[in-house]
Design a protein around this ligand. Structure first.
Ligand code: NAP
Length: 534
């Protein structure tokens, strides 16, 4: 083999240098592997590299939305706010990359375009947009659940003479909307965070809403050093306690059911959670996500709050979601609803008046044209599968992953796909991922994958892949468990409902503690449900 060909041989190639890819590299290095991480951006960070829109910040507490694999790291890093901003998260990720000397094995500014498994030599050939091909025994997709930006196919965008942006592909240079007429399309988490800040600059802001969303005030604040000290004094125990909870986070779970208490007790609990702020609202009662009548009590409470905040009754009504709380991802905001009290901010209901086209001057709905200088697409992502199926992945017999997933993603444990040996997914569809605090779920997957790769590489085996039966049963199980909850009852990105033509399948697995137990059991029993080829 030539020197150049040898240089292109790796034990593992990891796709993506976000939280998942960085920690995967760190773990695989410890196994003595030669690893390459390939990243499209010019720096690490994944989600927090791309989503630089105004107001972007995490809605899981910083003390929990951080790595725990290194106690030194979690002790030494000082978060400033309860919910970290995107710049602070990016500083943290860059610090991790430097502290663990990760950059030297990351190829930046390079996008993976394909990965083909060669059965003869049991290796993957990974191709990139620079025309190179590299070979690896294992490929790990650390491509993120919300990374394939969705710009809706509205006719006319190419002819728009103003500037347009997608929240998930925000420019690195500051964007100044001062004095500009701005349109925001979408009212999900990204829109809800950015709208109040865009409104501070724009001379006119028009928000195009298709579905109203529930949002809880963040109540963000500087972190209290006493509280930080208390958590750090027992960090591993704190993490272990949260690992035993449904959302894998410190939400202060109430074991009571909303339907078992009086209306007064219920409202007092909702008031307490509203004042506390953030996603812990969903843990107000144990039955909220499982019983529609319980859910409705929370929905009524939030709708009442919206009416109290928004002065114009018609706008308040339009901003009030009609469906269930939390079955579309709950949003967390700072001054979102109050922003609609500003004279220069208006709301357009695109259900009543659908967008027909983008014109050179703005947005044309059925009834009129809105002239704007800039359009912000806060229109979300081809979630959970988009970043994987964008890559031309071909497994045994040249089978394409797009074809294998034609009826919806099929995985075993969200980690492995039948027909694609030695390919692993970090927080893939079929794993709890987006229904939990992503950071510990990522670390859980990376640890499991690293242990599995160590097992396969122990000398006895050449490859591992999900058995077809185990995968089929897992997909059925994911859906059965999902159907015990209210989650599949809305048109959410959890179901792929936001992308025209995407098969409607509930993709995440509900229930972290039983999931972690299952993963442990599978490994302990010699990777039951996987085919290990010697
Ligand atoms: P999203 O929740 O999918 O919201 C997209 C919005 O765009 C929705 O309101 C959607 O309406 C609308 N939309 C899509 N296509 C449209 C079209 N053709 N015409 C009109 N409206 C259209 O996306 P996101 O806000 O980027 O958030 C995605 C996820 O990322 C979140 O759910 C959350 O998990 C994560 N996130 C988290 C944070 C945080 O930590 N604070 C911040 C941002 C994002 P429909 O609802 O009718 O489809």
């Amino acid at each position: 083999m030539s020197e150049e060909a040898e240089a292109n041989q790796y034990d593992s190639i990891v796709v993506g240098a976000g939280f998942g890819g960085l920690y995967m590299l760190h773990r695989l290095r410890k196994l003595g592997q030669r690893v390459l991480v390939i990243e499209a951006g010019d720096g690490p960070g994944g989600t927090w590299y791309w989503n630089r829109y105004p107001g972007a910040r995490c809605d899981i507490q910083s003390l929990e939305y951080s790595y725990q694999f290194s106690d030194e790291l979690q002790q030494e890093w000082e978060w400033s706010e309860r919910y970290a901003t995107q710049p602070e998260l990016l500083r943290y990720i860059n610090h991790v990359a430097d502290r663990f000397d990760l950059r030297r094995d990351i190829l930046f500014n390079t996008r993976v375009t394909g990965a083909r498994y060669d059965e003869a030599d049991q290796r993957w050939t990974v191709t990139t947009d620079d025309g190179q091909a590299r070979s690896a025994r294992f490929v790990i997709m650390a491509t993120g659940c919300l990374s394939s930006a969705n710009v809706p196919a509205i006719p006319g965008l190419a002819g728009f003479q103003g500037d347009w942006y997608h929240t998930g592909r925000w420019p690195h240079e500051p964007v100044d909307f001062t004095g500009k007429r701005v349109a925001v399309i979408g009212t999900g988490s990204s829109a809800i965070q950015s709208i109040p800040l865009i409104a501070r600059q724009a001379s006119e802001l028009t928000v195009f809403q298709r579905t109203a969303n529930y949002s809880i005030p963040a109540r963000n604040a500087l972190l209290d050093p006493v509280e930080v000290k208390a958590v750090k004094a027992r960090y591993p125990t704190y993490r272990a306690e949260n690992r035993e909870t449904a959302f894998h986070a410190d939400f202060g779970y109430n074991e009571l059911n909303a339907l078992d208490v009086s209306a007064e007790v219920r409202d007092a609990e909702y008031e307490r959670r509203w004042a506390m702020g953030g996603l812990p609202f969903l843990a107000a009662f144990a039955d909220l996500m499982f019983d529609e009548r319980a859910n409705k009590t929370a929905a009524d409470f939030i709708r009442r709050k919206i009416r109290e905040i928004v002065s114009d009754p018609a706008t308040a009504e339009l901003l009030s979601p009609k469906g269930l709380v939390g079955c579309k991802r709950l949003c967390v905001d700072t001054d979102y609803y109050a922003t609609f009290n500003l004279a220069h901010v208006s709301l357009v209901d695109v259900n009543a008046d659908p967008i027909q086209a983008i014109t050179s001057r703005g947005i044309r709905t059925e009834t009129r044209e809105y002239e704007v200088d800039a359009i912000v697409f806060a229109t979300g992502f081809d979630a959970m599968t988009g970043a994987i199926t964008k890559v031309d992945i071909r497994g045994r017999n040249g089978q394409r992953i797009q074809d294998a997933w034609e009826e919806g993603p099929k995985t075993y444990l969200g980690l492995s796909v039948n027909g694609f040996p030695n390919l692993f997914l970090i927080t893939g569809p079929g794993s709890p991922s987006v229904l939990t605090n992503m950071l510990p779920s990522i670390e859980h997957h990376v640890d499991w994958i690293a242990d599995c790769i160590e097992h396969v590489s122990s000398g006895r085996f050449v490859s591992i892949e999900a058995e077809a039966d185990a995968q089929e049963n897992w997909v059925t199980h994911v859906n059965e468990v999902g159907n015990t909850s209210v989650y599949p009852r809305c048109n959410s990105w959890y179901l792929g409902a936001n992308i025209p033509g995407k098969p409607r399948v509930f993709m995440p697995y509900l229930g972290f503690p039983p999931y972690a137990e299952k993963c442990r059991e599978v490994a302990d029993r010699g990777y039951v449900g996987f085919r290990l080829i010697a």
